[in-house]
Design a protein around this ligand. Structure first.
Ligand SMILES: C[S@@+](CC[C@H](N)C(=O)[O-])C[C@H]1O[C@@H](n2cnc3c(N)ncnc32)[C@H](O)[C@@H]1O
Length: 224
């Protein structure tokens, strides 16, 4: 059986803030793994379950739902157990989704899980696709009609209760065409040019000179 894993961002809670890509992935998949904080594997308190149920209703389809006990204790063994369920589900059903609230890029467990899945089933991790979604703070900004950043302002995302030294990922936007990027400093850079357009290009480093206005840089936090 062909095994395939999608990590699907659910947005902040409103089914209408799910992406078309997320809906299409639900249509195509054989099973959906949904995290639950309840030890009895029920979905009584699960916001993710509510969103997925609403999406399946909207699509007029039913899918096998697999509960993934996720106590959110930041314990490695919990992630190992969760990863095991995902890997087994892919073996049993083929194409599976694992869902995460908001956008997967922001404080989601999916990258802890992928690190573990990589060791258990390299191909499943390697072929995995992450579906981007609407973050809670993008939605919050829209709710109150106030921009997160304007003109020369920065956007600052901060963990309120950090357990370790706080590290930083920088998102660098609105470059000048022709600019030399030396001033952006060094780090774990990726460059994204004309994403999703015909000439889209992703470079796993910092390009030396900006050629297009639609260029953004991610300088990822240094992780072990
Ligand atoms: C583990 S983080 C996940 C963030 C999520 N991946 C995102 O893109 O927004 C959970 C935190 O996101 C914020 N959050 C997520 N969804 C929210 C919502 N519907 N309303 C308010 N805050 C929310 C809260 O600060 C919450 O403690």
């Amino acid at each position: 059986m062909n095994e395939k894993l999608y990590m699907v961002s659910l947005g902040p809670g409103d089914v209408e803030l799910l992406t078309l890509k997320a809906l299409n992935t639900f249509k195509e998949c054989d099973a959906i793994c949904i995290p639950t904080k309840s030890e009895d594997q029920s979905f009584d308190k699960s916001i993710s379950y509510k969103i997925v149920s609403a999406a399946l209703e909207l699509l007029g389809i039913e899918k096998t739902i697999i509960p993934v006990y996720s106590p959110m204790r930041f314990i490695q063994q919990d992630w190992v157990n969760e990863a095991e369920i995902i890997v087994q589900s892919a073996q049993e059903y083929g194409t599976v989704c694992f869902v995460t609230l908001g956008d997967a890029a922001v404080y989601s467990s999916i990258y802890y899980l992928l690190d573990i899945i990589k060791k258990k089933n390299f191909e499943l991790c390697n072929s995995c696709e992450v579906i981007a979604g609407v973050t809670s703070f993008s939605a919050a900004s829209a709710e109150v009609k106030k921009a997160l950043c304007l003109g020369d302002e920065e956007l600052y995302i901060k963990p309120i209760n950090p357990r370790f030294k706080v590290k930083r990922t920088e998102i660098l936007m609105r470059p000048k065409i022709g600019m030399d990027t030396t001033s952006l400093g060094e780090g774990d850079f990726h460059t994204f040019e004309n994403m999703y357009l015909e000439d889209a290009k992703i470079t796993a480093s910092k390009i030396k000179k900006v050629q297009k206005y639609m260029t953004l840089f991610l300088n990822f936090a240094k992780r072990d």
